[in-house]
Write a protein that binds this ligand. Structure first.
Ligand code: PLP
Length: 388
């Protein structure tokens, strides 16, 4: 069997051992967290301990964490005209989003299509703050949703500056921090976010668990997506995914315990990878290179490269890479992120994303570069890709 190296951590990260252990232990607890008996109380304890860990990861209060089935659901829950604060109970008429948001934000949540407006980004992938201020000048009390870091390019947005502009215009700010948490600092108050979305599987928790976190308890959602038994303080009905939530908590605790060590590890390897890529292909374009980026992400393209073929070529060499965003259909679609950055469709169609994580090793990077050398040679000879 070919040895495998995984370079698709932005699609999903492997389960951390601590999360796997928490998952196994929680599955053995028979109780329903809503039951008052000892078994129920044990399940409740697991959920509340996880809530504390997830809250601590972003310096929020446990009571402001609402567990959901995914980052996607947390985004859907947040993006509603009905969102209220103590001093503002009227519906919000407009949603402003950046042109590079994840599809779960791009769809506009529960806002009508014509109430959603795009804010442009520059060629470096960072939001145009002047365009944001201009849009806010024409809009009264909007909800604004801007991601902390982009899933394709890794470009980090200047969220503290965004928050100051949004709050100056009486807007509320939702921040999708799904790709950022665990990789860069993510303190909800330092960011100035009113709401934050997280997803367990990007930090080494299981797939199918997320959280919406508010900065203050006066932010309310009178229109839950799922109504029923009143779980998650009425915001998200349905018996809690106790094992998934417990494992999310364990992953959050592990992220917090390592401090910044994992980010430093990822940055060193990512830099080694980029230096190697450029040594083989000096003309390779690394998207968002001029901006601050996540320490684990490289999105690049080279002349004549077709992403679909390249993904298969790498896969045959034992390397898992992605053609950009993971897409449920498995098809490669033109990247709306690169289009928003003004990248030509031809170059964009060759974009490959290499994303790494805490378990990536130097020999993974060497193997990846070896595969790239082979592919680059094949490309320069006009061949479709590497031989297996
Ligand atoms: N937001 C961003 C930036 C993402 O990258 C993703 C997943 O790729 C999501 C939201 C959705 O998270 P989930 O997979 O938990 O639905």
């Amino acid at each position: 069997m070919v040895e495998r190296s995984y370079f698709d951590w932005n699609a999903t990260a492997p389960l951390r051992p601590q999360a796997a252990e928490a998952l196994r232990e929680a599955l053995a607890v028979p109780g329903n967290p809503s039951s008052v008996h000892a078994e129920g109380r044990a399940a409740r304890r697991l959920v509340e301990e996880a809530r504390e860990e997830v809250a601590a990861l972003v310096a929020a209060r446990p009571g402001d964490v609402f567990f959901t089935s995914s980052g996607t659901e947390a985004n859907m829950l947040a993006l509603t005209p009905a969102i209220q604060t103590a001093d503002e109970r009227r519906p919000r008429g407009k949603l402003l989003i950046s042109a590079i948001e994840h599809p779960s934000v791009r769809t506009g949540g529960r806002f009508p299509r014509d109430a959603v407006a795009d804010i442009a980004v520059g060629a470096d992938g960072r939001i145009d703050l002047v365009a944001l201020a201009d849009a806010l000048a024409e809009t009264s009390r909007p909800l604004v949703s801007i991601m902390l870091a982009n899933n394709e390019t890794g470009v980090v947005q200047p969220i503290a500056q965004v928050a100051a502009i949004v709050h100056g215009a009486s807007g509320l700010l939702h921040v999708d921090a799904v790709q950022a948490v665990g990789r860069i600092a993510c303190d909800i108050n330092a960011l100035g976010a009113d709401l934050l979305t997280l997803s367990a599987h990007k930090i080494g928790g299981p797939k199918g668990v997320g959280a919406l976190i508010r900065a203050r308890e006066d932010v309310h959602f009178p229109d839950p997506l799922i109504r029923g038994g009143g779980q998650e303080r009425g915001l998200r009905a349905g018996t809690e995914n106790v094992a998934g939530i417990a494992a999310f908590g364990a992953a959050a605790a592990a992220v917090r315990r390592q401090g910044g060590a994992e980010a430093a590890h990822m940055r060193a390897l990512r830099d080694m990878l980029e230096t190697g890529l450029k040594a083989v292909t000096p003309a390779a374009v690394i998207f968002g290179e001029a901006a601050e980026r996540l320490p684990n992400t490289t999105l690049f393209a080279a002349e004549a490269m077709k992403a679909e073929t390249a993904v298969i070529s790498f896969d045959l060499e034992g390397i898992a890479v992605s053609s950009g965003a993971a897409c449920s259909s498995g098809k490669v679609q033109p990247s709306h992120v690169l289009a928003a950055m003004g990248v030509s469709p031809t170059l964009s169609s060759g974009a490959l994303r290499l994303s790494l994580g805490w378990a990536t090793t130097e020999s993974d990077v060497e193997r990846c570069l070896g595969a790239w050398r082979k592919l680059a040679t094949a490309l320069s000879k006009g061949e479709a890709g590497m031989a297996a």
